[in-house]
Design a protein around this ligand. Structure first.
Ligand SMILES: Nc1ncnc2c1ncn2[C@@H]1O[C@H](COP(=O)(O)OP(=O)(O)OP(=O)(O)O)[C@@H](O)[C@H]1O
Ligand code: SF4
Ligand SMILES: [Mg+2]
Length: 367
């Protein structure tokens, strides 16, 4: 989909920097750690993907980028800054300070469009509320702005549809409404948390295209969250793979797809229809993801990893530098330099030329 794919220049301005962020939640069953020493940067014009199975910590990570914690009891360490805009730690700033940045510098499209809108308020009123929250625009101009935003996100006949209630909108139209609300304050950073999960594939494609168009036309940087690597592969410049609350691999998208370094990334690719050639079987990842309660410091993937050796059971995980100088990349596997992962694009053969990767779906073509 992202046919104009260009890798964002490493020297592009950093808009967001998360440094060694951890979030813990005390519960009756023990300490839950949904975010465990996560470091990420987002540069101007970049689309950063976050991919991982359900419960791997994607939403809690994204909310921490806005300084939001999952509960009043939750505790954090590490820092999030918006360089040049908010050099104070976002995680310590509090709502009073953050309200100045929410919507205008950074916006998040929440995970579930069906429950994220107020069912008893008209669509137009909910967009107007976001406009009022993020600008001093007089009421007389808000109507035009609502029409502009609804048109921008592809809602037809906005003058009429703004009078509808959420139950009169389809899932795709609700998702477009949430995107309009997120754009109301012209943010520089947009976080889209699973924006296509509840939608059928055709609408999913339309929403992804919309996000890519917005990112290109408005110059917004995008963090796109999905449990579906094929969605991420179509759109993102760089990808962070999350597993058990940790980033286990961070790389440019093409590198990640063709030469994954972490056994989990490789297993994800091997389980993905479209990434695996048609004449080869898909391989399910055996076992279950870890429960994030009272976890040890050792490798989260160990119980499911076919490359584990004795050293893995005592290795305290850390994100090891894996990229060339100037290209931030990392992998959380102590054996990444010695194991031969045989990713699906080259199983049993040399890495095929790019042209032969176009089939069976444009999963590879986008790269
Ligand atoms: N308030 C909370 N109290 C206790 N545990 C929580 C809380 N919020 C999140 N968690 C736990 O943190 C873990 C990560 O949650 P998160 O919502 O970030 O996952 P996710 O990767 O976004 O999953 P999904 O793909 O289902 O959206 C989950 O195990 C979840 O149960
Ligand atoms: S550190 Fe060991 S167990 Fe963990 S992913 Fe690497 S090889 Fe597998
Ligand atoms: Mg989530």
């Amino acid at each position: 989909m992202r046919t104009d794919h260009t890798v964002t220049a490493p020297q592009a301005a950093v808009l967001l920097e998360a440094n060694d962020v951890s979030v813990t939640i005390p519960t009756s069953g023990g300490i839950v750690t949904p975010v465990d020493h996560v470091s990420l940067t987002l540069r101007s014009g970049e689309v950063l993907g976050i991919v991982g199975e359900t419960g791997s910590g994607k939403t809690v990570t994204c909310r921490s980028l806005l300084g939001l914690m999952p509960s009043a009891q939750a505790r954090h360490t590490g820092s999030v800054t918006y360089p040049g805009v908010m050099d104070e730690n976002v995680l310590d700033a509090g709502r009073g300070v953050m309200r100045k940045h929410w919507g205008t510098y950074i916006s998040m499209i929440p995970q579930n469009p069906m429950t994220s809108l107020n069912p008893v308020h008209r669509i137009g009123d909910q967009i107007a509320e976001a406009i009022a929250a993020h600008s001093s625009m007089p009421k007389s101009q808000r109507f035009e702005r609502i029409v502009e935003l609804m048109t921008r996100v592809g809602i037809p006949n906005p003058q009429k549809r703004m009078r509808d209630y959420p139950h009169q909108f389809s899932g795709g139209m609700l998702q477009r409404t949430l995107i309009a609300i997120a754009l109301a304050g012209d943010p520089r950073v947009l976080i889209a948390d699973e924006p296509t999960t509840a939608l059928d594939v055709i609408i999913q494609d339309q929403i992804l295209s919309l996000l890519v168009d917005l990112q290109r036309d408005l110059g917004t940087s995008l963090v796109l969250v999905s449990h579906d690597l094929s969605v991420i592969a179509q759109v993102c410049d760089r990808v962070a793979v999350m597993y058990g609350g940790q980033v286990v691999e961070l790389a440019e998208t093409a590198t990640l797809l063709h030469t994954p370094r972490h056994p989990y990334t490789n297993a994800l690719l091997k389980s993905l229809p479209g990434a695996v050639p048609r004449d080869q079987p898909l391989t399910a990842i055996s076992g279950s993801p870890p429960r994030l309660i009272d976890l040890p410091d050792t490798c989260r993937f160990l119980p499911r990893c076919t490359f584990a050796d004795e050293g893995c059971s005592t290795w305290t995980t850390e994100l090891l530098v894996a990229g060339a100088a100037g290209s931030p990349a990392g992998v959380r596997c102590r054996r990444h330099q010695e194991i031969d992962l045989q990713p699906p694009s080259r199983s049993g053969q040399e890495t095929p030329p790019r042209s032969s990767l176009v089939e069976p779906m444009d999963f590879w073509a986008a790269r």
